[in-house]
Write a protein that binds this ligand. Structure first.
Ligand code: SIN
Length: 283
């Protein structure tokens, strides 16, 4: 197995391993690289739905996704991320990740990790380049970069996360509004401690954070925006250029991510299988 770090502060590419039959020693390396680099791409995998779920389960629990109408018919743990339409309807979540966010921060135990397995990747027929890059930014490096007085200011603050929150008013995330509204708001530390590395990570996003406990709304939204902007500064980023059969996996405490929508149905098809690995209560 070969592990190559990207030039960024996050990210690693892993090759020469078969996830259908990964050994315990290989898994230990993959897991430690994941904790250290926050986003890893394991290339050229040929795995079934069961093998994808089984690999994810080595990192923690895997549950069915609540957006039931976009899940795999035989494997409710797999959410389709796709722009493909059948009979005029989206087969999957078509605008997932259209704002910077961390997955399911609106749950009380947000997922440790998200796995995205690329089955169809849109290509620009002129340049031959892949479309639909996914961008990542390090919330741990962003925290480290804060001045001491800001670290002190946010040390004991808790932000309110709601999936149907501010994002619902900005045009995305509206299609599933009824389901989203069924998820009650939760609170998490603004500076969250990583459950595996112990590093502090900024844990606020403009899309889902509606306020900060005990703080006036104007002041809270200004602070959320300032910290969210800091989290996604260019210097903390890695951009993933997809290849078919990539298994990409990211850490939902240590970073935020953003999808790009430079491809269009029906010229381009994008199909990914997404699985989330359960996490723990935030501290
Ligand atoms: C997501 O945000 O879960 C999806 C990211 C992507 O499709 O690139």
């Amino acid at each position: 197995m070969k592990i190559t770090h990207t030039p960024s502060v996050i990210g690693a590419h892993i090759t020469e391993v078969d996830l259908a039959r990964v050994t315990d020693a290989e898994f230990a390396h993959i897991e430690s690289t994941f904790n250290e680099r926050s986003v890893i791409c394991i290339r050229q995998q040929n795995i079934s739905e069961q093998q994808l779920i089984a690999f994810a389960r080595r990192f923690g629990s895997v549950e069915p996704h609540f957006l039931k109408h976009y899940t795999h018919p035989s494997h409710a743990e797999i959410l389709y991320i796709s722009n493909i339409k059948e009979n005029g309807k989206d087969i999957g979540h078509a605008d997932a990740g259209s704002v910077w966010h961390t997955d399911m921060s609106y749950t009380d135990k947000p997922p440790r990790a998200t796995l995205l397995y690329a089955l169809e990747v849109p290509m620009d027929t002129v340049s031959g380049k892949a479309l639909g890059d996914t961008r990542f930014s390090s919330a741990a490096a962003a925290y480290d970069s804060l001045p001491a007085d800001m670290k002190q200011r946010i040390a004991n603050l808790r932000a309110i996360h709601q999936v149907a929150g501010r994002r619902a008013k900005t045009g995305t995330g509206q299609q599933d509004q009824a389901l989203r509204l069924s998820q009650p708001a939760v609170v998490h530390p603004v500076a969250r401690t990583h459950p595996f590395t112990g590093r502090k990570c900024l844990y606020v996003s403009k899309g889902e954070c509606e306020g900060i406990e005990g703080m006036a709304q104007d002041e809270a939204l200004a602070l959320i925006d300032e910290l969210a902007d800091r989290t996604v500064e260019e210097r903390f980023r890695y951009t993933h250029h997809w290849q078919v059969r990539d298994l990409l996996m990211w850490d939902n405490c240590a970073l935020q991510h953003l999808a790009s929508f430079d491809y269009k149905w029906p010229q381009h098809r994008r199909l990914m299988h997404r699985v989330t690995v359960g996490g723990s209560a935030t501290i």
